[in-house]
Design a protein around this ligand. Structure first.
Ligand SMILES: O=P(O)(O)OC[C@H]1O[C@H](OP(=O)(O)OP(=O)(O)O)[C@H](O)[C@@H]1O
Ligand SMILES: NC(=O)CC[C@H](N)C(=O)O
Ligand code: SF4
Ligand SMILES: [Mg+2]
Length: 480
């Protein structure tokens, strides 16, 4: 899924670099493999400052190197959760990508995955463009550079930081999925694919005197600083320009595309304190928990959850069912999210050291254990055993999303059904494999209705969500 964050100063803004680093740190949950910041001083057309590296934001952007971004008036950044390209590849896969184009330097930060990357890669290579990585995001950068080159004549003497048309041409020719930031020397653009598959929002940092201090585009609103307001979520297919002059919607691509916002952003990826489609993510998750309880009839003593992301669903389940919520597991906060680790060895290692059981709470208890999802089954297998070893009488798993049975090609690293436990086993087999007393999932209708319940509908807007990993119905044809 990746986190993208961009900021441009409205006027003088001494702490732009700190705001950028903090913003990226607030999107850490979207990717932990690598981070990067690229800055422009707003004047020089062929120079950018770059900080990049593997690891967490705090390891890559340090007190020592952040001063490199002093004096920059625009900065874009990226946290990577790799879906394309070699997972352990070198520094050249770390985003934002920087390309030197006919009109000056351009940097891009991409969240998503191009479903037609293979075909586009062949096209780009046959045009004589050499690529330095095997990621889909580099293709976008090269295609933008080409569009700029083709339009270069009519650009001389004009406002050359403006590449709206080049972006509209390039991005309309690409299928899903992308939420994208593109920086030229004096502005940056925030773009969402016409399906609206990945989230992207825009906000303004307000200074003490009430004037705008900086303008931000971010994967999620949780990364806006406390003195910022969320202006709007970028519309599917919209190109928004952010510069020292403010925020401007400059293009709308393919307005009649059926929406396919990733429903898993609500289930797992996004942070509870973010707003997506006008809804608090926490509230949607509570709603999922309530719906799950309405679909259920189990008798139990307590409701517990698998920290972190399922807490809200457990709260919803407990309030609807009337069964008391009790914390049953402690999550070591020094261990990252296991699902977004790049390989199974790292995922298994993370799970091993991540949880501790609250023994006195679970002894002799019939527990409803809520999690937001079972994907590969790694987490649940470990946890049910730990709870039983600690003396739990019964463990009933309640999963606040339907079984994940199909691969994702749009930005989540589940490329084959072989690795998905629900694609390989029936629900009774899963129950036996993880050692639970019962397993029950939220229905697809239950999830969709819980997610869409609070979305405001207008004559021009009705919601639409991708549920492909749950239903096998992909928003676009996939060449597997
Ligand atoms: O079935 P699996 O393949 O094990 O994956 C599913 C688990 O992974 C995720 O948690 P994760 O540890 O990534 O993050 P969290 O701490 O935010 O819940 C998700 O919330 C499930 O708990
Ligand atoms: N999860 C993502 O958004 C990944 C972005 C891009 N496809 C990469 O692998 O770097
Ligand atoms: S297939 Fe699943 S994870 Fe991928 S975009 Fe669709 S809902 Fe999201
Ligand atoms: Mg979890």
């Amino acid at each position: 899924m990746c986190g993208i964050f961009g900021i441009v100063a409205a006027g003088k803004c001494d702490n732009l670099n700190i705001l950028a680093a903090n913003g990226l740190a607030s999107l850490q949950h979207r990717g932990t493999e690598s981070s990067g910041l690229v800055g422009s001083d707003g004047v020089t057309r062929d120079h950018v400052e770059i900080i990049k590296g593997h690891g967490l934001v705090r390891d890559v952007i340090t007190e020592d190197n952040i001063s490199k971004m002093d004096g920059q008036s625009i900065i874009i950044g990226h946290n990577r959760y790799s879906t394309a390209g070699k997972k352990k590849s070198g520094i050249n896969c770390v985003q934002p990508f920087v390309v030197y184009t006919a009109m000056g330097t351009v940097a891009i930060a991409h969240n998503g995955e191009l479903v037609d990357a293979k075909q586009k890669r062949t096209e780009v290579l046959h045009e004589g463009v050499g690529l330095s990585t095997d990621t889909d995001s580099e293709l976008i950068a090269q295609m933008i550079a080409k569009a700029i080159a083709l339009n270069v004549k009519c650009k001389y003497g004009q406002d050359i930081g403006d590449i709206t048309r080049e972006l509209a041409v390039t991005m309309s020719a690409l299928n899903m999925s992308y939420s994208l930031l593109v920086m030229t020397f004096d502005r940056f653009y925030a773009i969402r694919d016409p399906f609206g598959n990945r989230p992207l929002c825009v906000g303004t940092v307000i200074s003490k005197d009430g004037s705008p201090q900086a303008y931000i585009a971010s994967s999620e609103s949780c990364a806006l600083p406390a003195n910022a307001k969320l202006d709007f979520e970028v519309r599917p297919g919209e190109i928004v320009e952010l510069s020292s002059d403010g925020i401007k919607s400059v293009w709308q691509m393919k307005p009649n595309t059926p929406l396919a916002m990733c429903i898993f952003e609500y289930v797992y990826f996004a942070r509870n304190d973010s707003e997506i489609e006008g809804q608090q993510v926490q509230t949607v998750r509570e709603e999922c928990g309530k719906t799950m309880a309405l679909e259920d009839d189990i008798e139990a003593d307590i409701v517990g959850n698998v920290p972190d992301s399922s807490l809200s669903a457990a709260i919803g389940y407990a309030s609807q069912s009337g069964i008391t919520y009790e914390p049953v597991l402690h999550r070591n906060s020094y261990v990252g999210r296991s699902f977004i680790q790049p390989n199974d060895e790292m995922r298994q290692n993370a799970i091993k050291i991540k949880f501790g059981v609250l023994k006195k709470k679970v002894q002799n208890q019939r527990i409803v254990l809520v999690d937001d999802s079972i994907v590969r089954g790694n987490t649940m297998r470990t946890l049910v055993k730990m709870l039983r070893d600690a003396g739990a009488k019964e463990v009933h798993l309640r999963i606040a999303s339907p079984p994940v049975k199909f691969p994702c090609f749009m930005g989540i690293n589940i490329p084959t059904s072989q690795e998905l436990i629900a694609a390989q086993k029936s629900i009774p087999e899963i129950c036996e494999y993880v050692g639970a007393d019962s397993v029950r999932y939220l229905s697809v209708d239950g999830l969709v209705s819980s997610v869409q319940k609070g979305i405001e509908r207008t004559t021009n807007f009705s919601p639409g969500h991708c549920t492909a990993c749950l239903t096998g119905k992909y928003p676009v044809p996939i060449n597997m």
